[in-house]
Design a protein around this ligand. Sequence first.
Ligand SMILES: [Zn+2]
Length: 102
Amino acid sequence: MCRRSEIEEKVYSLVEIQDLGFETPCHIWQGSHSGDGRGGGYPRMCLNGQTMAVHRVMFTNQYGIIPGKKQIDHKCRNRMCVNPDHLEMVTHKENQRRKNNA
Ligand SMILES: [Zn+2]
């Protein structure tokens, strides 16, 4: 059994590949998201009875466990993108700094 490919299969059944002008095409999540408020707009999925942030699941699949305090930044600036190539692990501080400079 290979959990990793099972998860990827589940994720990619709900992803649309779109070229949004970043270096490579974005993998845009078509499922539910975390709403329109503060901290909203991030892709969500149900995995083993838990609600998970899809981009974090994909990052973990590709690169390993995310240390508790780290955040996942989208280099392509599309929050609904789950392409691991577009994700980067940053500290909260770095993430805020990037937002302020954007
Ligand atoms: Zn992207």
